[in-house]
Ligand binder design. Structure first.
Ligand SMILES: Cc1cc2nc3c(=O)[nH]c(=O)nc-3n(C[C@H](O)[C@H](O)[C@H](O)COP(=O)(O)O)c2cc1C
Length: 191
């Protein structure tokens, strides 16, 4: 797959097979993040790779899943992510750090997609609890968590009409509305 195909095929995945992820693969994803564009090349980001079962279980308790799905849903015991990458910021005074996070996390999820893995970026997280679990010093900020694993659900894109809310059909396929190309492109003028 070329990069464009990967971008098109990647969808957020929240259900995973329970096959463990190789540490070298996870390091490769962090390497992809390391080489992302960075404003003024300040590189304010660091990462915790989480693979230990006990830590994964503790981290799972701090995560909020799929807020649009009702009634409230979280992955069941046998469909949880098998690894995580916690994204840390060492200088939140850097006015562009959130852009750096965007590029770095996109590199991670695309690298994961290229290796046939599913991923979910999470910002609905309990940062204080994560700080405690990993004994992260207060000068470091927990930005987000990327959940990873082998895909155990299907997610498809559909043209958006009036709602941004993703939904699951009777076969448990996730449908993700995206704005139509014609609705976001302006050619030579804003119209
Ligand atoms: C910055 C950011 C934060 C997100 N936080 C969460 C989250 O806390 N929980 C969750 O289940 N999904 C989260 N997502 C995943 C989005 O819901 C998902 O990207 C969106 O529905 C579009 O689906 P797609 O990634 O398949 O295109 C987040 C995505 C981004 C970019």
């Amino acid at each position: 797959m070329n990069v464009y195909d990967m971008i098109i095929s990647r969808r957020t995945i929240r259900r995973f097979h329970q096959k463990p992820l190789d540490l070298e693969l996870l390091k490769k994803f962090v390497n992809a993040a390391r080489l992302a564009p960075s404003a003024a090349n300040l590189q304010p980001l660091e990462y915790i790779i989480v693979t230990e079962k006990k830590l994964c279980a503790q981290l799972f308790e701090t995560l909020g899943w799929a807020a649009y799905i009702q009634p409230k849903w979280t992955p069941s015991e046998h469909e949880r992510p098998t690894a995580y990458i916690v994204v840390l910021v060492k200088d939140i005074k850097n006015p562009y750090y959130q852009r750096d996070v965007g590029f770095a996390t996109e590199n991670i999820v695309l690298a994961a997609e290229a290796d046939g893995l599913g991923s979910c970026i999470l910002c609905n997280i309990n940062r204080e609890k994560i700080q405690n679990i990993f004994k992260i010093p207060q000068i470091i900020t927990v930005d987000s968590v990327i959940a990873l694993g082998y895909k155990a659900e299907k997610s498809v894109v559909e043209d958006m009409d009036d709602s941004v809310k993703y939904w699951r059909d009777e076969h448990d396929v996730l449908h993700v509305p995206k704005r139509k190309l014609d609705d976001i492109i302006h050619i030579n003028k804003f119209s």
